[in-house]
Write a protein that binds this ligand. Sequence first.
Ligand code: ADP
Length: 163
Amino acid sequence: MKTAVYPGSFDPVTLGHLDIVKRAAAMFDRLNVTVMVNTAKTPLFSTEERVKMLRDATSDIANVEVDSYHGLLIDYCREHDIRIAIRGLRAITDFEYELQIAQTNRELSHGELDTLFLTTDLRYSYLSSSTVREIASFGGDVSGCVPEFVVPMLYGKYDQNRK
Ligand code: ADP
């Protein structure tokens, strides 16, 4: 069985992420979408909230599993016997950062972990979780950027923070 992992922060999941999930899931027997816990960042949504959000958003795709991991991607992949990581590329600016991570992972895994890049659907090329958070923090319209059910969750977070 060919399994790949799509790791990320997903804070929150956007329609750009979901487009990558759908396309990657069609290429593999199974796709693990994994919320990587990054201790250097303070996320808006907790790990549990992000996992639940991703589960709800991908419930219609049978071969997608959602989980979370606190540690290095190469260790996650070793534990799950996964050799391919999926990453999305939006623009040339993503490339330098992504190339460095991909090469580091290949080096650290002694060539066992390869990274497969999918280019963004042009509709979502401008979309990032940080832009979505910023728009929502000022009460702007984020429908069309994230799944419908995520919209009130986002506004809820900022209302909560304002209290
Ligand atoms: P990270 O914090 O690790 O960058 P993200 O959750 O922001 O994680 O993104 C996970 C992956 O999804 C990254 O490879 C990123 O380039 C990709 N991605 C994010 N937004 C989009 C988008 N709009 N279209 C395609 N890929 C995207």
